[in-house]
Design a protein around this ligand. Structure first.
Ligand code: FPP
Length: 243
């Protein structure tokens, strides 16, 4: 007989964030240029987005380009920017058809006009979708995001619209790029590196981390499902003692 007091099955992560690392090494292993790895990485993004509904993942956030990535060679940077434009143009119809709501986080000021226009259009075209919320971090850095949020908050204080005495973590969170998103439950980084690299610093205060050795272009839907399954079996306490 079923035990009436048995706990409900563990919930999977509602929001998964991914640091997609290892494209360069993947290409290098094949004797190909780094951009070849990024293109293979973009195909994985599609596969992982499409796996989300079955796994109960409602929010997926991927780190596509960091505020530090400008230090790469000009050829790699412009190749990545062209890849983002191509991804948006080519994937738009599929994303709409699959009910994906796309948002971008990061500082758009440094991005080229055409790319920003494509980003704005994709956000608008997919705004009413709600099967999966895909957030693409592009020219994103956690510290930069907190600094930009603080600047906006300071303007509100200076204008007399916010009383500084009332400012708390919740107030600042409203000024972050992620203000409409729940915090990530699980952050995955591929390629064996165990670093956060300035990704969602504020939002991942209580996230679980999973570092997997697989290079991003080899990260399959099956491996994603396994990592998500491991999360569901863990107990999360948010700083409290187990009940
Ligand atoms: C890190 O691997 C990856 C990036 C800086 C770029 C991520 C971009 C993609 C996966 C492509 C497309 C994304 C979207 C959303 C269309 P790395 O180059 O640092 O690899 P390495 O550590 O092996 O050199």
């Amino acid at each position: 007989m079923k035990d009436m007091h048995s706990p409900p099955p563990p919930a999977g992560p509602n929001h998964v964030a991914i640091i997609m690392d290892g494209n360069g090494r993947w290409a290098q292993q094949r004797g190909r240029p780094r951009l070849y790895g990024h293109h293979a990485g973009a195909r994985r993004v599609r596969e992982i987005v499409e796996a989300c509904p079955d796994l109960g993942v409602k929010y997926l956030t991927v780190f596509a380009f960091s505020t530090e990535n400008w230090k790469r060679t000009q050829a790699e940077v412009s190749g990545l920017m062209a890849l983002f434009k191509r991804y948006i143009t080519r994937e738009a119809q599929t994303l709409i058809r699959n009910g994906i709501c796309v948002r971008f986080i990061g500082d758009r000021m440094k991005l080229d006009e055409t790319l920003v226009r494509l980003m704005d259009e994709l956000e608008l075209m997919t705004a009413d979708n709600d099967v999966v919320n895909l957030t693409i971090a592009l020219n994103y850095g956690g510290r930069d995001e907190v600094a930009r949020a603080t600047k906006r908050l300071a303007r509100e204080v200076a204008a007399g619209r916010i009383d500084p005495e009332t400012v708390d973590a919740e107030t600042l969170a409203r000024f972050l790029d992620t203000y409409v998103l729940p915090d990530p439950d699980l952050v995955i980084r591929t390629s064996g590196e165990a670093r956060i690299s300035n990704f969602l610093l504020w939002q991942s205060a209580y996230s679980e981390y999973e570092f997997v050795d697989t290079l991003w272009p080899d990260f399959t839907r099956d491996e994603f499902a396994k990592v998500v399954g491991r999360f569901a079996r863990r107990e999360r306490r948010f700083g409290a003692v187990p009940g």
